[in-house]
Design a protein around this ligand. Structure first.
Ligand code: SF4
Ligand code: SF4
Length: 111
């Protein structure tokens, strides 16, 4: 992960008080198999990722099922920019994933 963005993610997600007020406005929370499909769960997952956690299949489902609608931000007492947190976490995943794929291609071309 890019260190500046990673630090920003950690700072932003650490503001969460786990109150759950955001969940009442989220259109996706009731469709998932667990709370990772709502804003509080997504914030927790990104906090874990910012502390060297791994992007699992389930974490990616959670991040990519977010509609980025920002409804959750209307009720967040900590003023966390939840859609921006999700966007940054997705972009870091895409960047890391592309880098790994590029390295595989380069290794194949060299060998
Ligand atoms: S931005 Fe994502 S987490 Fe927030 S209310 Fe919309 S779908 Fe839910
Ligand atoms: S409303 Fe804000 S502080 Fe409360 S759980 Fe949701 S993201 Fe965390």
């Amino acid at each position: 992960m890019n260190n500046n963005l990673k630090s920003w993610l950690k700072k932003e997600t650490s503001k969460c008080m786990f109150c759950g007020f955001c969940e009442a406005l989220c259109p996706t929370v009731r469709f998932g198999s667990h709370r990772g499909y709502g804003p509080r769960g997504r914030i927790n997952i990104v906090l874990y990722l910012s502390e060297e956690g791994k992007y699992t299949h389930e974490a990616l489902n959670s991040l990519y099922s977010c509609l980025l609608c920002a409804a959750c931000t209307l009720k967040c007492p900590a003023n966390i920019d939840i859609p921006e947190v999700i966007r940054v976490a997705r972009s870091l995943y895409a960047r890391n994933n592309l880098k790994e794929k590029e390295e595989v291609v380069i290794e194949k071309e060299v060998s």
